[in-house]
Design a protein. Structure first.
Lengths: 165, 582
């Protein structure tokens, strides 16, 4: 594994000066780093290790333990599909299957064009709107197969338009 | 006149934010009408909800409002002619949802503005803190909590005063932690409490911190709750600016600071020792108990951990006395409990009832019964650590021991209603998939045992179950319970144990007859066309991906089950309802 990389480490300076002193801030540092880079690049992990004195293996241990952390970049649209109990009994598996068939991805994957990533999450807490998914912080509730197809088509269209501009 | 919009997370997900902006622009240039927001009113099934208030009085409650209604709402509020809002008004029977509750922890939710401190103070906020700090000793506070009978609302139901007292008696610097890592799928009580009444949590925590002698407190919030984190951050800075938090609170010797820590997505961190590990920046793996956190917790110092709802009850208890709280409930459990009522229910949302009510009261009296035509089958309590209580135990009383006697647990308050279309083996598989993913991996029985159970359940729902599977599952359940260190592993078998206990025939039907009574397990379905209803329109045949439907135009069609992949496409394409699953 290469420890050097292309990430701009200076972006972390503010975070480091605020949090790097105490080891208990490791999760907070990783969260802030992910906010900055969109995921946790390997060179960033080594840099955090160097600054905090926590071993890189320990940091990898933490980063892989918690579901929030990603070691790969995600697509333009991150689909968080709720897999809570209420969504489950109201048909979220059917929605997952449909998204998979439409975008040719499974839970955790990103489409080849980098547009969509799919992640199943345990509960978004909008149970009365089940089944629910959240795409880039916007919640879409009471999903039906038709609705999901419309939403995905529209987002793909928007992305194409943005690129065209 | 004031227009108030319910803006909790689920209200916003249903469109409350857009309604807010639309009303705001409709009100532009008018006078005499204020626009405000409140937290979660608790009637999730009617979101977005908009209220018209005259001072403190609720004049109209409008439900399922959309942006298109903004103009008429603004016009009605400005003109005072409310008759134009009749079509949006809540139905009287839906009002019962709130009328039949007893709200203590939720008492301000959906009433006050959670983004400011003034409305909280105006309705008696921080009076309990004043009373505790200025007129009560630490022992007296603990004594009142003891009298109240308050017990841990996170699920275990351990007496709160006992934990407080144990931490207070332990030597060394003391820490206080609020567990807001509400990971149970189907539970959102704590999120709503923080989003809708953050100062109440702060006040409850400060009283606890005073009682145990702590000057440093944390709130460990799920990262999936961004709005709760924002509202709590705002509330903390408001409380600081009023001298209610920080150094020398209310001019006394008592100082306490509260820090928010966002979790990073691990269900096991709801377990208190795992939460402490996570707070220390490590993998959230549980510790061996004893020593208990009250003796050695955060940074190996005495630490008291309570759940959000537990703290939310504390200010009310201090103000109204322990006896008043203990007067609610029954012999065994005191006070009230908040539930997140969801699933196949007509009126889903936040429900707070006194202990001692029955499940029937909550599901049928308050929740209005089932949403569809399908009959009530079971209710799932306690999420992945809980179990399914069947229809014939619907009169089970809500208290810790009565719920535990069924094999489920009270849990933190997730209550998911299931109907005849829910496959109970499928529910068990669903929860085992969850616990398999969330097992931290420390204990072999939990790590591997849950995986083996999940595999067996997957086999059964695929129609590959065999004789002896049920007994093997039961054996694994006992082994996992015995061989796991923390609550996650010890309770992970509960969904399987309760579904086997109450729905054994469903397991047997899957295994022996390869048949799913709820018609949910795809591999066990057989699609058939009713020749009486089929018009021979050919829509199904044209859309079938495997071309397994045959028949002539205007003649009844038929499905070749051997070729069918059970995708259900034909059912969704048939306009005449001629195709059904068997």
């Amino acid at each position: 594994m290469s420890t050097s990389g292309s990430s701009d480490l200076s972006l972390l300076d503010g975070v480091m000066s605020e949090y790097s002193q105490a080891p208990e801030n490791l999760i907070t540092i990783l969260q802030k780093a992910q906010d900055i880079y969109g995921y946790l690049p390997v060179d960033v992990i080594y840099y955090i290790a160097q600054r905090t004195g926590v071993k890189p293996a320990k940091i990898m241990g933490v980063a892989t333990f918690y579901s929030q952390f990603r070691l790969e970049p995600v697509g333009k649209y991150l689909i968080l599909l709720c897999n809570g109990t209420a969504c489950h009994v109201n048909g979220s598996e059917e929605i997952e299957r449909l998204i998979g068939e439409k975008l040719f991805i499974q839970n955790g994957d990103t489409t080849a064009d980098g547009l969509f990533s799919l992640r199943k999450v345990s509960c978004l807490g909008c149970c009365s709107l089940s089944p629910v998914m959240m795409i880039n912080d916007e919640a879409y509730g009471s999903l039906t197969p038709e609705k999901v197809i419309d939403i995905l088509d529209e987002l793909a269209r928007n992305a194409r338009q943005e690129e065209g501009l | 006149m004031k227009i108030v919009i319910g803006e909790g997370s689920c209200g916003i997900a249903a469109g409350a934010g857009k309604v807010h902006s639309a009303i705001e622009s409709a009100l532009r240039g008018t006078q005499g009408v204020d626009l405000g927001l409140t937290g979660c009113i608790g009637m999730c099934f009617l979101e977005p909800i908009v209220e018209l208030r005259d001072g403190e009085t609720l004049v109209r409650r409008l439900v399922r409002v959309s942006e298109k209604d903004a103009e008429v709402i603004a016009a009605a509020a400005v003109s005072g002619d409310l008759s134009m809002l009749d079509r949006l008004c809540i139905q009287p029977e839906d009002e019962e949802f709130l009328d039949k509750q007893t709200r203590i922890a939720l008492r301000h939710c959906g009433i006050i503005d959670p983004t400011g401190i003034d409305e909280y103070i105006a309705c008696g906020g921080y009076e309990a803190l004043k009373k505790a700090l200025l007129n009560m000793t630490q022992d007296q506070v603990i004594e009142v909590i003891k009298t109240s009978g308050l017990s841990g609302r996170g699920g275990a139901g351990f007496p709160t005063w006992f934990k407080w007292n144990a931490t207070r008696q332990s030597p060394g610097k003391k820490y206080l932690i609020c567990n807001a890592d509400e990971g149970d799928p189907g539970a959102f009580m704590d999120r709503a409490l923080i989003e809708s009444d953050p100062h109440n949590l702060i006040e409850g925590m400060l009283i606890a911190a005073y009682a145990i002698g702590s000057s440093e407190a944390f709130v460990y919030v799920r990262a999936e709750y961004p709005l709760a984190i924002v509202r709590l951050e705002e509330a903390i800075s408001q409380a600081k600016s009023r001298g209610l938090l920080g150094e020398n609170i209310l001019g006394t010797d008592f100082s306490c600071d509260i820090t928010i820590k966002a979790g990073a997505g691990a269900f096991v961190c709801g377990e208190e020792t795992a939460l402490i590990e996570s707070l220390e920046g490590k993998r959230g793996m549980p510790r061996l108990k004893p020593p208990f956190p009250a003796q050695k917790g955060y940074k190996n110092m005495p630490t008291n951990i309570n759940n959000v709802e537990t703290f939310a009850n504390v200010p009310w208890i201090i103000l109204n006395g322990g006896e008043a709280f203990a007067a609610m409930g029954n012999q065994k459990s005191k006070g009230t409990k908040v539930f997140a009522l969801t699933g196949k229910i007509k009126r889903g949302g936040l429900v707070e009832v006194p202990m001692g009510k029955t499940l029937r009261d909550v599901i049928f009296e308050i929740g209005g019964g089932m949403i569809g035509k399908s009959a009530f089958k079971a209710v799932q309590l306690g999420g992945p650590s809980g179990g399914c209580i069947p229809a014939d135990l619907i009169d089970t009383v809500i208290d810790y021991s009565a719920i535990s006697a069924t094999g489920a647990i009270m849990g933190s308050g997730g209550m998911v209603v299931l109907d005849e279309t829910t496959c109970m083996v499928g529910v068990a598989r669903f929860f085992l998939e969850f616990t398999t993913n969330e097992s931290c991996g420390k204990c072999v029985h939990c790590r591997i045992g849950t995986k083996r159970m999940k595999e067996i359940l997957e086999r059964i729902v695929k129609g590959e179950g065999k004789e002896g599977d049920i007994e093997l599952l039961e054996e694994l359940c006992l082994a996992i319970k015995d061989g796991s260190l923390c609550g996650l592993g010890q309770s992970a078998p509960n969904p399987v144990l309760t579904t086997i206990k109450y729905f054994r025939n469903e397991y047997e039907e899957h295994i022996r007859s390869k048949h799913c009574p709820a018609k949910q397990c795809r591999n066990l379905l057989r699609y058939v066309i009713d020749p009486e209803v089929c018009t021979g329109c050919t829509a199904c045949a044209r859309h079938c991906p495997t071309s397994c439907i045959s028949g002539r135009l205007k003649q009844p069609h038929s499905i070749d089950s051997d070729k069918c992949i059970r995708c259900g496409m034909c059912v969704s394409r048939c306009k005449f309802g001629a195709i059904s699953a068997e």
